[in-house]
Write a protein that binds this ligand. Structure first.
Ligand code: GDP
Ligand code: MG
Length: 435
């Protein structure tokens, strides 16, 4: 228990500014998280440098530890790197809006052409899907299947020159009032000139409003290389990152904007047509950091432990006036944040290990019961609790005398620990303020 409370006290003592060593320590973890998420070494290096410079000297919110404060800054900067939330498809004043989907084979073009069509249909558009991948009969079939699922018309002319298909499709769209035309183009295993020439021709012919590159999140850093190559050869407008339902953390998302200058607009999270959404830099940032719901935890801590409460507690600590009532209040604060297991589960690196761990929230309940069974005098000065008082408290709280003994012992240890901390804070000046 004292370990857990230690965390809370750390929090309470976290006034002041971030020091270089606070930042260094937290950034060690961030660096690892980013590298694990498949962010390129160079990007990580630059990022860490930039964030460190910004973080040193920043004010620490009273309810956060310095490490959490650094993570908060890291999160903000990650979001900045990935661009804004509202990157959407721009519709021309004169329809149809032509969207050209391109990418390597298997990246998810066909699936996402249909997902996009379904979403746009829901938004009130009248899309047309066009089968421009003519190299395998199965590809046309596949588009027809997903098109039907999406409830969207599929235009196809079999295995003829895709340039002709595209031109005819545009004519068809005009005749039938389709305001969006989505071209499902062919891909290759690797980028080659033949593919690029075909795509360039399609671009020339259809003058697309949006060339959207589909990249497979599972290919890691390669996704960024592919984006760069397509942008250099063809010029793209945006990126759609598919297969984010996989294990990958999607660190490539971090570099796409930096390397190509083109935003990620959508993400695919599964084979089903609804598993598709707009890109949210915020969500991506927490995924890449892999800090479970560390950020949620930070938010919760910010909300739950108010500045004023924290200051009151800090003062008590410094003056050694922390008693059982304060302990009770702290326990209730912690409980407000959720079950202990869920709180600990949100800490980085802990989540998965915790699955089978036996963490007993009833511990809290028992302690609460014991403290509430104490008289006011006992709470203020636990040293007066003699054996007969212990028996009364145990009986009153439905616990055993051993439990009461354990609590008293822990409280005693805690007070000793706090005396040390408080003493340091009292005379130690700046350096020890965040012990
Ligand atoms: P294309 O060759 O670029 O047209 O790629 P497809 O759309 O045919 O997709 C290739 C494979 O990846 C298919 O088996 C799809 O079902 C699958 N797929 C596409 N997008 C996703 C996704 O977001 N998540 C998952 N798990 N699978 C996907
Ligand atoms: Mg395809």
């Amino acid at each position: 228990l004292s370990g857990k409370l230690n965390q809370v006290f750390k929090k309470l003592k976290s006034h002041g500014k971030l020091t270089e060593s606070d930042v260094k320590e937290a950034m060690r973890e961030v660096r690892m998280a980013l590298l694990e998420a498949d962010v390129s070494y160079k990007v990580v290096k630059d990022f860490v440098k930039k964030v460190s410079e910004r973080a040193v000297g920043e004010e620490v919110l009273s309810s956060l530890t310095p490490a959490q404060q650094v993570i908060k800054i890291v999160n903000e900067e990650l979001c900045n790197l990935m661009g804004n939330e509202n990157a959407r498809i721009q519709f021309p004043s004169k329809p149809p809006c032509v969207i050209m989907m391109c990418g390597l084979q298997g990246s998810g073009k066909t699936t996402h052409s249909a997902k996009l069509a379904k979403m746009l249909k829901k938004e009130g558009h009248y899309p047309l899907l066009v089968a421009c991948d003519i190299y395998r009969p199965a590809a046309i079939n596949q588009l027809q299947v997903v098109g039907e699922r999406a409830g969207v018309k599929v235009f196809e002319m079999g295995q003829i020159d895709p340039r002709i298909i595209a031109k005819e499709a545009l004519r068809f769209a005009k005749d039938h009032g389709n305001d969006v035309v989505i071209l499902d183009t062919a891909g290759r295993l690797h980028i080659d000139t033949e593919l690029m020439d075909e795509l360039k021709d399609l671009k020339e012919l259809t003058n697309p409003n949006e060339i959207m590159l589909v990249v497979d999140a599972m290919t890691g850093q390669d996704a960024v290389n592919v984006a760069k190559a397509f942008d250099d050869a063809l010029g793209i407008d945006s990126v759609l990152m598919s297969k984010l339902d996989s294990d990958t953390r999607g660190g490539a998302a971090l570099s796409v904007l930096a390397v190509t200058g083109k935003p990620i607009k959508y993400v695919g999270m599964g084979e089903k047509l609804d598993e598709f959404e707009q890109f949210h830099p915020q969500r991506m940032a927490s995924r890449i950091l892999g800090m479970g719901d560390m950020l949620t935890l930070i938010e919760k801590a910010e909300n739950t432990i108010s500045q004023k409460d924290a200051e009151k507690m800090a003062k008590k600590l410094e003056e050694n006036r922390f008693d059982m009532d304060d302990l009770l209040e702290q326990l209730r604060q912690i409980q407000k944040m959720g079950s202990l297991k869920s709180i600990i589960g949100m800490l980085p690196g802990v989540g998965s290990k915790l699955k089978d761990a036996d963490i007993d929230d009833r511990q809290f309940v028992r302690i609460e019961a014991m403290i509430t069974s104490m008289t006011k005098a006992e709470r203020a000065k636990p040293s007066i609790i003699n054996p007969s008082r212990k028996r009364r408290i145990a009986a009153g709280s439905g616990t055993k005398v051993e439990d009461v003994n354990r609590l008293l012992k822990q409280f005693d240890q805690m007070q000793k620990m706090m005396k040390q901390l408080g003493g340091k804070a009292g005379k130690g000046g700046k350096m020890n303020r965040r012990a």
